[in-house]
Design a protein around this ligand. Structure first.
Ligand code: TXA
Ligand code: MG
Length: 324
């Protein structure tokens, strides 16, 4: 079983594992990550193995500072502006790779672009000490809900990794927003911990969405973030045997009959809802409910990312190929 060490005592053991080509689960401001040295093929392969993640699905390279980011990727002016505005923070930029950047090709699944992010907190310190980027997907088995506590990581991956660094519950609770440079424009590949309208305000330009280019983050398949229970969205009533994931102070009809009940945010605060989302889905799942009914959540601000994750949790699972 993995050892769980508090951030204050984890730096040296984490470094030793990474230098030995092993993986370590670390807290970031978004969700926990399963980190390996991005320049070491053995370390990167262990990440895919521990998660059961298909090799075609590329990983984010996490950096400690702008100089490290510029060594691995080429920044256009808009992307640089976003990096300066939001890093360190929950934003990932997909950029052209610099040839000969030393990143192992497994990290990018052979693409000529690379996803780059500068995390806050322990992760950033660890990367600075290592002096090399860390490849880190969310620290969950492929297709499952991302972990927002060290205990959730240990419960899922504890049998397959040696160390979980415990930084407490992650403050943002949703994965980073992913944006890709496309010529003069930027495309939103994944809504996440920074609301799209904040990004649009910073660049004074609308983000491209969906559309014809068909470029989605390869990990964004329909069924994802899947709890064991079925998930029913926009519930106005609660049915027999259903647990209720509530939002705000207006309850769905029949809520007193719910087999289990949690409220993402009584005051209707979307940041609070985001930080509670994954842990509450796991709690309701553990309650043994057959179905988790979810009250409507507004789409503005962080609501876009919350609704994105919920609709993936609710998607049919029949021929699903779970990924990240
Ligand atoms: O907040 C986060 O982003 C967390 C923390 C640990 O940093 N990480 C995370 O990683 O969510 P992961 O692997 O679970 O999700 C990364 C997503 C995947 O959907 C992957 O397909 C996409 O980023 N991605 C990675 N490289 C890409 C690229 N070159 N082009 C397009 N999408 C890419
Ligand atoms: Mg993931």
């Amino acid at each position: 079983m993995a050892e769980i060490l508090a951030v204050g005592e984890a730096m040296e053991p984490a470094l030793a594992l990474l230098l030995g080509g092993d993986v370590v689960a670390i807290p970031t401001e978004t969700v926990y990550g399963l980190a390996g040295d991005a320049t070491n093929g053995i370390g990167v392969a262990r990440i895919f193995e521990a998660k059961g993640r298909p090799r075609f699905n590329p990983l984010i390279a996490h950096v400690a500072d702008m100089a490290m980011a510029e060594r691995i990727a080429s920044f256009d002016p808009l992307s640089r502006k976003l990096a300066l505005a939001f890093w360190p923070g929950p934003l990932t930029l997909v950029l052209p790779q610099r040839p000969g950047n030393g990143i192992h090709p497994l990290v990018t699944a052979g693409l000529d672009t690379i996803a780059v992010r500068m995390p806050r907190g322990f992760g950033g310190d660890l990367i600075a000490r290592l002096g090399r980027p860390l490849a880190a997907p969310s620290a969950n088995s492929s297709g499952k809900i991302s972990a927002t506590t060290a205990q959730a990581v240990a419960a899922d991956l504890g049998g397959r990794i040696k160390l979980v660094v415990d930084g407490g519950a992650t403050p943002v609770g949703l994965e980073s927003t992913i944006v890709k440079a496309e010529g003069e424009r930027l495309r939103l590949l994944r809504p996440g911990g920074i609301a799209a309208d904040e990004i649009e305000a910073a660049i004074r330009m609308e983000l491209q969405r969906g559309g014809t280019a068909g470029v989605e983050a390869p990990g964004m398949l329909a069924s994802h973030y899947a709890p064991g229970a079925a998930v029913r969205l926009n519930a106005g009533t609660v049915g027999e045997g259903e647990a209720l994931l509530a939002f705000g102070d207006h309850r769905a009809e029949g809520w007193r009959g719910a087999t289990a009940f949690l409220n993402l945010s009584l005051s209707g605060d979307l940041s609070e809802a985001a930080s509670n989302l994954f842990a509450y889905m796991q709690d309701l799942d553990r309650s043994g409910a057959r179905i988790i009914a979810v009250e409507p959540i507004p789409f503005d601000g962080l609501g876009e990312a919350i609704n994105d994750r919920l609709s993936r949790a609710a998607a049919p699972r029949d021929n699903a190929q779970p990924t990240t």
